[in-house]
Design a protein around this ligand. Structure first.
Ligand code: 6PG
Length: 265
């Protein structure tokens, strides 16, 4: 892995932080880890389940994954794609996370359409859209009652306010402990979002944060090195119960970190 300064690889595999040169280096490292997770899952279970993030940072990663060697050498036919969150807009809307991933990645790949599980942002009733998506997850991840979905990989970004997915500070979804998918009204946008909840994300085998830019530096320092304040910093809610938590950040985003960033327990 060129250009990476591995710091914070925790003594236990629960959490780690790699500081990389820039957004492209994050995408390159992210692609390697995506490929590793896909290969591991396919070998173990014959399928690979991944929840994609929205926003700008992962777009570079998606573009990379659509090119060689990833485009040809990953088990795309056995891949099931989900989303961590979605805006309440139609799938062809410029703000749609589905549209961004479709254009950057999915339209280039031989993933069977029935294995692309988008959240229905166009549904006029977001509560219904959330309930339907949860049902879809429960079908995809059958388990005993009260279990959580076991994504092989969940990709996440983080906002400058410490939000992740559509778990925004001081919003209702931050406190949800039972449901897997909820509608979340976000006052700062005066809009509804659909989002996985923290419990649904924390069941994953690997959660990979991709964070770039100096505008994220203060929030990253607060999330990784500040006191626990998950209501104000929802990214702190993300602590896989049994899986790996890995932060891929660039030097700009890491500029305020005092040290290795404490592994999140
Ligand atoms: C979304 C994302 C959101 C995103 C962060 C960071 O729907 O926008 O799920 O949580 O990951 O806002 O976005 P950037 O990567 O664009 O900074």
């Amino acid at each position: 892995m060129m250009g990476a300064q591995r710091i914070g690889e925790a003594a236990r595999p629960a959490a780690g932080l790699a500081v990389l040169a820039d957004p492209m280096a994050i995408a390159e490292e992210g692609a390697e880890r995506f490929a590793g997770a896909a290969g591991e899952a396919f070998a173990r279970a014959g399928r690979f389940t991944v929840a994609l993030a929205g926003g700008a940072t992962p777009k570079l990663l998606y573009t990379l994954l659509a090119t060689e060697p990833y485009g040809r050498h990953l088990p795309w036919q056995e891949t099931h794609v989900f989303w961590g969150d979605e805006r309440c807009v139609p799938p062809d809307h410029p703000e749609s996370n589905y549209r961004m991933a479709h254009e950057a990645l999915l339209r280039h790949l031989p993933i069977p359409s029935e294995q692309i599980h988008r959240m229905c942002g166009e549904e006029p009733d977001p509560e219904r859209a959330a309930a339907e998506y949860e049902e879809r997850l429960r079908t995809a991840f059958p388990g005993q009652a009260g279990a959580v979905p076991r994504f092989d990989l969940v990709l996440l970004g983080m906002g400058a306010d410490g939000h992740t997915a559509s778990l925004f500070p001081h919003t209702e979804a931050v406190r949800e402990q039972q449901r897997w998918v909820v509608r979340n009204y976000v006052p700062k946008f005066q809009a509804d979002r659909l989002t996985l909840t923290a419990p649904a994300i924390n069941g994953a085998a690997t959660v990979l944060f991709l964070v770039a830019g100096d505008d994220k530096a203060a929030a990253l320092q607060a999330v990784l090195e500040g006191p626990a304040a998950p209501e104000r910093l929802p990214a702190q809610l993300i602590r896989p119960t049994a899986g790996r938590l890995v932060w891929l950040v660039d030097r700009a985003a890491a500029s305020r970190l005092a040290g290795k960033g404490r592994p999140l327990s």
